[in-house]
Design a protein around this ligand. Structure first.
Ligand SMILES: Cc1ncc(COP(=O)(O)O)c(C=O)c1O
Length: 398
């Protein structure tokens, strides 16, 4: 959990600055806040780091995805292509927007790829919600070409991928809108938080209003602001933004430590026969949060997980059986169980989710083991983990 590994004086100072004024709200109260605007500063840091022309800090990565969908014009009855390997928030956001998720295959990049998207297209497909999984970018060029050719709206859920780039461009900026998460488990954390990004000022304005009950944020009297659209409360608090801001300043150092620790682990095992790695189309753009191993088949992967756990290798994730990240465990989604009726209940699902076959995704995720990389590991610790990793995998791979 890179962000929280480096949590210290800067975070405390930023939070104290908010507590000293008592202005926990991100808008207004100009005379009391002593010019402390943590959400605004966090947004400026995200703009500076990613190059995004517009950034809006919100209450979570999930609400950032909701803003990305809304500001991209996705709503009632729109078919949106999604991956079966992601965090549940991606799918929930489409359903709660009134959209209809259409699952497509991922490939060995762990993300949707152009061929998987193309195979899932229907005459009603409106958008692709691309997820950059495990800290690295999808294979963007073919995806961008397909979206252009087929007139698809591209939206990026970069919840797990702040600090990931594709040939010099930050994830989140390829689509019309994008979203980052700052939850407790991310490369930078705010405790809870997220950031919406876009290059399009009109879409930024929409998200800015949508995330705050439709307020237009014009003028200095909040009570008298106009409401051009219906929105909801997705605001971030100044306390969370204060932490997110301090963490943004650490991002490049965290990324660089991740990458060098990951390289040590990877180099130590790269000659093991039968082992391969997740394909990263732009290796220089990897944020380094995970080392993703691909074993020859699922039974071998299951044995490897046991061996790695027995050897106390830290940060082992086997997503195939994890309850959050892979479609096999999402019975409630397949059954469309929800607290209140959704558009999909009246319109019908675009696919029979219970009978859905995604053999390529099943194969890739069944063979995948992701190792969370620590950014605070010292050289000796990284070396020991690399040794243990090699020994544990060698016991299985022979
Ligand atoms: C791909 C992806 N999207 C969205 C989210 C939701 O972010 P949050 O937990 O900040 O709501 C996550 C969280 O793990 C995620 O991994």
């Amino acid at each position: 959990m890179p962000g929280t590994e480096l949590f210290g004086e800067d975070e405390r100072r930023e939070v104290m600055e908010v507590l000293e004024t008592g202005i926990l709200f991100r808008y207004g109260h100009d005379e009391l806040r002593r010019d402390r605007w943590k959400a605004r500063e966090m947004e400026a840091c995200v703009r500076d780091y990613t190059g995004a022309p517009h950034a809006l800090a919100v209450s979570s990565g999930s609400t950032a995805v909701a803003c990305a969908l809304a500001a991209a014009g996705i709503g009632h009855g729109d078919e949106v292509i999604v991956p079966p390997f992601t965090y549940l928030a991606t799918i929930e956001a489409v359903l709660l927007a009134g959209g209809l998720p259409v699952f497509a295959e991922i490939d060995d990049t762990l993300c949707l790829d152009a061929s998987g998207i193309e195979a899932a297209l229907t005459p009603d497909t409106k958008a692709v919600l691309l997820v950059h999984m495990c800290g690295a970018a999808a294979d963007m060029d073919p995806i961008l070409e397909l979206c252009r050719e087929r007139d698809l709206v591209l939206i990026e859920d970069a919840g797990q991928a702040l600090g990931a780039w594709y040939h010099g461009r930050s994830v989140g900026l390829f689509g019309v809108t994008g979203a980052f998460s700052f939850d407790f488990f991310k490369i930078t954390t705010a405790g809870e938080g997220g950031v919406f990004v876009t290059s399009d000022e009109a879409r930024y304005r929409l998200a800015d209003s949508y995330a705050d009950h439709g307020h237009d944020h014009v003028g200095s009297n909040r009570g008298m602001e106009n409401h051009p659209i219906i929105g909801f409360n997705y605001r971030i608090s100044e306390l969370h933004a204060a932490i997110g801001l301090a963490q943004m300043r650490r991002l490049e150092a965290v990324r660089s430590a991740n990458r060098s620790n990951k390289a040590v682990l990877r180099d130590r095992i790269s000659d093991l026969s039968g082992l391969s790695f997740r394909r990263i189309p732009d290796p220089d753009g990897d944020s380094g949060t995970f080392l993703d191993l691909l074993l020859p088949d699922r039974p071998t992967a299951e044995l490897a997980v046991e061996s790695l756990r027995a050897a106390d290798v830290p940060g082992i994730n086997y997503w195939f059986t994890n309850m959050y990240h892979f479609i096999n465990q999402w019975d409630h989604v397949k059954n469309l169980d929800s607290a209140a009726p959704l558009a999909i209940h009246s319109l019908g699902a675009p696919q029979d989710y219970r009978a859905l076959e995604l053999p390529r995704s099943q194969d890739v995720v069944g063979r995948l083991i992701s190792i969370g990389i620590g950014c605070s590991w010292e050289t000796g610790r990284t070396e020991r983990i690399a040794d243990d990793l090699r020994a544990a995998l060698a016991r299985v791979l022979g």
